[in-house]
Design a protein around this ligand. Structure first.
Ligand code: UN1
Length: 503
């Protein structure tokens, strides 16, 4: 057994469900593989639908007490969770790198993102504030308050196997909600280690069942969760196809869903841009994390006057970038998650060629162990069908434009609406991009790439990205229910809108 896994308390076969301690599970046994080597790291005995019901029941029981603990006291526990994550940052970061193949700095960066969320949530625990309103009636007072919502179901994808849970869990916890996590079957070990570290803090304070973990198949555990009226909010990250299914299932029971789905993010580079800055941002956005972020830059929209100077530099960067073991210093591109991802990469390359795109760099898988591909650059008309598809791989399509309105229209022409960026030194161009008639995405940046957002802002996007907002700003409101209260301290009963009902 690998020593990082051992230090994090993982065994050869781990239970796939927890709620105030590990549960005996009854599903099949699956292995988690290191995409760099193809080797199995450890296994998990999955949770069955019946095991899921045990976890949900315990979470509902925990809710009764947790919601009554004052929010700043819940924040105090979340502060300790942040401390525990700090203590395990290096090991958890390495595990993330081993399980999903992102660079070591990115694995640790994910843990940092969770720590940042904990700190943010601690502050919020004293700021779950409602508004007061002036009543139109004499001797009346109106205000709103935010109450805990109930059990929150969190479904996460393999590519951010730790941080995205933390976006939801840290907020859910301070808001007074138990949180049940259904992680990706491609990254269950990170979930087990994370759960173990965080739940130990709750246990120390005598809390059991506030955090739950259900590692199981979509067909039974996932379906049970999304249809479950005991779970008023489902927060899900994944493909647009998955989100459409979840959104419909949750809507059918009039539950709430918070969806963070696909992106097809573009960087616009204006002719007045700082091209060195733009080059670095495009390289990180498109090749970083092997193109496996929902915020990955998938389209580059270049002003036609700069294409001839910019593209050769970009091609050189694509050809020189080091592909390999993400634990090694100097490597910038690690593997894709699995063989299925490599096949989707190859299918997209074939489709791009058939549709008339011109290959400028990369285009092939890398032979040998692990699931490596070459970062790939195409010059392509912006309206090719393949350019409108999100392939979870490092493929960038470059198109050119003449007029900024045309570039903004290209940016907005895809179904997804997550992230976007413009590189320009023109104040007017930047403001046009950020205006009501500019980018239609949930994230719009100037002289910063599309990926790598901080937690302080609300994260999410429009259109097929699903409309949800997680992490910072006032995203916490999704995890609470709002109640409007009107109080009459007078001796008469005036009705609103001048209505008379005199007995
Ligand atoms: C994701 O890919 O699902 O902005 C989330 C970013 C990260 C989060 C990505 N902070 O790229």
């Amino acid at each position: 057994m690998n020593e990082v896994l051992a230090r994090l308390g993982l065994s050869e076969v781990n239970p796939g469900a927890a709620s105030g301690g590990w549960l005996e599970t009854h599903g099949r046994v699956v292995s988690s593989f290191n995409p760099t080597t193809g080797e199995a790291l450890a296994s998990v005995q999955l949770c069955s639908a019946a095991d899921y019901r045990t976890v949900v029941q315990r979470a509902q029981e925990a809710f009764v007490g947790w919601r009554m603990l004052p929010a700043p006291k819940r924040g105090e526990i979340v502060r300790e969770i942040g401390v525990a994550l700090r203590a395990h940052k290096a090991d958890l970061g390495s595990l993330i790198t081993m399980e999903v193949g992102k660079l070591r700095s990115e694995g640790e960066g994910e843990v940092q993102e969770a720590i940042d969320m904990a700190d943010f949530a601690v502050g919020l625990s004293r700021q779950l504030n409602g508004l007061t309103m002036h009543s139109e009636r004499p001797n009346h007072r109106m205000y709103e308050q935010w109450h805990p919502l109930g059990v929150v179901g969190v479904i996460t994808a393999f590519n951010f196997p730790h941080a995205v849970w933390a976006w939801n869990a840290m907020l859910g916890l301070v808001c007074g909600d138990p949180v049940i996590w259904k992680p990706s079957l491609k990254a269950p070990l990170t979930a087990i280690a994370t759960h173990q570290i965080c739940d130990a803090v709750l246990a120390r304070h005598g809390w059991s069942g506030v955090l739950g973990l259900v590692i199981g198949d979509d067909a039974d555990v996932g379906e049970a969760m999304i249809h479950d009226r005991a779970v008023p909010l489902i927060s899900a990250t994944g493909s647009c196809r998955m989100g459409r299914h979840i959104g419909q299932a949750v809507a059918a029971r009039l539950g709430r869903s918070l969806l963070e789905l696909g992106g097809n993010n573009a960087i616009i580079v204006n002719k007045d841009a700082d091209l060195d800055l733009a080059l670095r941002a495009v390289a990180f956005g498109a090749m970083g994390t092997s193109g496996e972020r929902c915020t990955t830059t998938r389209r580059l929209l270049l002003h036609e006057d700069i294409a001839d100077t910019f593209l050769p530099k970009l091609v050189a960067a694509y050809k020189s970038v080091r592909i390999g073991d993400p634990l090694q210093d100097g490597v910038l591109v690690g593997p894709l998650i699995d063989e299925g991802a490599v096949q989707l990469f190859e299918a997209a390359i074939a489709a791009a060629k058939t549709q008339g795109a011109e290959l400028l760099a990369g285009g092939a898988r890398v032979d040998g162990p692990g699931h490596f591909v070459q970062p790939t650059l195409f010059r392509a008309a912006s309206n090719l069908p393949i350019v409108h598809e999100e392939t979870f791989a490092p493929i960038l399509y470059v198109s050119t434009w003449r007029d900024l309105d045309e570039a903004i229209a290209m940016n907005n022409a895809v179904d997804q609406g997550l992230s976007s960026a413009i590189f320009t030194d023109s104040f007017r161009a930047a403001e046009r991009f950020l205006s009501h008639a500019g980018s239609d995405c949930g994230i719009a940046n100037v002289n910063i790439g599309t990926s790598g957002a901080e937690i302080g802002g609300a994260f999410g996007g429009e259109k097929d990205t699903g409309g949800g907002r997680e992490a910072g700003s006032d995203s916490w409101k999704s995890y609470m229910r709002r109640q409007t209260n009107t109080l009459n301290w007078g001796t008469t009963l005036p009705l609103a809108q001048g209505v008379k009902f005199d007995l």
